[in-house]
Design a protein around this ligand. Structure first.
Ligand code: HPA
Ligand code: MG
Length: 227
């Protein structure tokens, strides 16, 4: 999109809540989580309640910027489903309780690029065939995690080809990786160190989506669910 770079006036607030490199997380026994993962996690990195509170504020920021426009929310599956559902719920609450309104349509796209805890070079985009409905629309892409930024760049190029009026991106997590492009979404929940996290719909080989908190996977968990 022409002017994407110029539009980005980024301040510290744009990085969201910054989790420092030495953040040890919370001991597992301070929280509840599914028993079947008791050996597979190292710590609770971001408790579910904190994710929800941050999401509520992102919804407000999105309403402040986009309220009174129509938007198409483009949820990036599978990892983004929980964040997208909670973000849309928060926007709905704000719409019910204020004079602003944000009519939303919700659409889905599926990306796959990870095997075990490694990014592969191949990016599959599924559900991209019918994106012609995005033409002339305000699009909000909702993604759970942005690490190198390459996946998001590929997706943005893809969506831009359908000539939407505007594209904004909400990313729950931005991971600091050495090979990062420095890309930051317009709305960021948390900036996290380079650790492999699971839960809140983020998976390791399809496991851990049924965990509410965002947690760090243990070495044992990585071994157990490796393919
Ligand atoms: N966890 C789950 N999926 C991911 C991650 C992660 O840390 N990074 C990129 N995809
Ligand atoms: Mg995954």
């Amino acid at each position: 999109m022409a002017g994407r770079e110029q539009e980005c006036k980024q301040t510290d607030a744009d990085k969201g809540i910054v989790i420092p490199d030495d953040w040890p997380g919370y001991p597992l026994d301070l929280f509840s989580f599914p028993e079947h993962y008791s050996e597979d996690l190292e710590c609770v990195y971001i408790p579910h309640g904190v994710i929800m509170d941050r999401t509520e504020r992102l919804a407000r920021n999105i309403m402040d910027d986009l309220g009174d426009h129509d938007i198409v929310v483009l949820c990036v599956l599978k990892g983004g489903y929980q964040f997208c559902a909670d973000l849309v719920d928060c926007i709905k609450v704000l719409c019910r309780n204020s004079n602003k309104t944000l009519p939303m349509r919700v659409d889905f796209i599926r990306l796959k690029s990870y095997l075990n805890d490694q990014s592969t070079q191949v990016l599959h985009i599924e559900g991209a065939e019918n994106l012609s409905a995005l033409s002339g629309k305000n699009v909000l892409i909702v993604e759970a995690i942005v690490d190198t930024g390459k996946t998001m760049k590929t997706l943005l190029d893809h969506v831009e080809a359908f000539r939407p009026k505007m594209i904004k991106v909400a990313g729950l997590l931005v991971k600091q990786v050495p090979s990062g492009t420095g890309y930051l979404p317009d709305y960021v929940g948390f900036e996290i160190p380079n650790r492999f996290v699971v839960g809140y719909a983020l998976d390791y080989n399809e496991y851990f989506r049924d965990l509410n908190h965002i947690c760090v996977i243990s070495d044992r968990g990585k071994q157990k669910y490796k393919i």
